[in-house]
Design a protein around this ligand. Sequence first.
Ligand code: ADP
Ligand code: MN
Ligand code: MN
Ligand code: MN
Length: 338
Amino acid sequence: MAYRAEYLWIDGSEPTREIRSKTKILADGEDPGLWGYDGSSTNQATGDNSDVVIKPVFQCPDPTRGENDILVLCETLLPADMSPHPTNTRAVAAASLARFADQAPIFGLEQEFTLINPATGWPAGFPPNGFPAPQGPYYCGVGSLKIHGRDLIEEHTLACIQAGLAISGTNAEVMPGQWEFQIGPVDTVTVGDHLWVARYLLFRLAEDHGVEVSFEAKPMPGDWNGAGMHTNFSTKAMREGPYENIVAACEAMGALGKPEEHIDAYGVGIEDRLTGVHETQRFDQFSYGVSDRGASIRIPWQVAKEGKGYIEDRRPNANADPYVVSSLVTDTICAALS
Ligand code: ADP
Ligand code: MN
Ligand code: MN
Ligand code: MN
């Protein structure tokens, strides 16, 4: 029987890229091949030269459809010479991984997000007039007064497992209506592939629940936590120790010019989120420390104790492109450790 392949690709929206998709019906036994779309509708081409080619690079079962249906994540290519489209950040991540594959870089990304009530435009759990009780009880909380949208989260987690994604956990976050899931630990390219597909599934399933998903970095101004994409990273040398390798990785991230380069690539609105309060370091300062959630980079306590493991870059925004973050972190740390 014919089956459905949902082709997914990353568009050229500014300042934050979005995921797009469309359906291709494939004959029984037919594999998904090259396809194309109208790049003039995705900020990736002009109307007189509008075709963008999509090339399948990762596929998995589609848990929102039937047993034989699949999701097909694609890279975008220019039809003239089949080279990567300028907005194709996955190609950059693949090049970075190829350069440093001998160091076996791996990532765990913590994707935070906010569920928005479309009727009010406010985060789920915020009353139409006024504010909920201050932050404190919501993080990892339970109960109807604290938790909003858990049905969707449960469905999404199950869908990620059924799709075979490397989802490693979920939790309710500090602000009401805010949640997190984690993808990893997997390599520089795979972490972006799985995170983008997990984002697609979240948006898709949220349609059925009448809620919107926001990756905005600071959806509520004031005394409410922002939404980040903490980036946990290690190489073989960091996982094996000694502790000097962990310190060298932190120092590489703080080298001259590097903090600015990374902040520029970590998502729009980062100045509003990295204020120095709400468990962040200021965007214009760099620091690292053991167990320090007010530092740019946290070294988990077990890592300090065992003298090996990974580090957590706490700066990337929820709205960052995972391929951009993973390629930059790989380049900065692996170049210094090689
Ligand atoms: P937090 O305490 O900051 O909330 P989480 O448990 O949410 O931490 O996320 C930790 C992430 O770190 C997980 O995605 C996990 O897969 C990842 N991780 C664990 N070990 C490593 C490692 N050696 N290298 C990279 N990432 C790792
Ligand atoms: Mn977390
Ligand atoms: Mn978190
Ligand atoms: Mn974290």
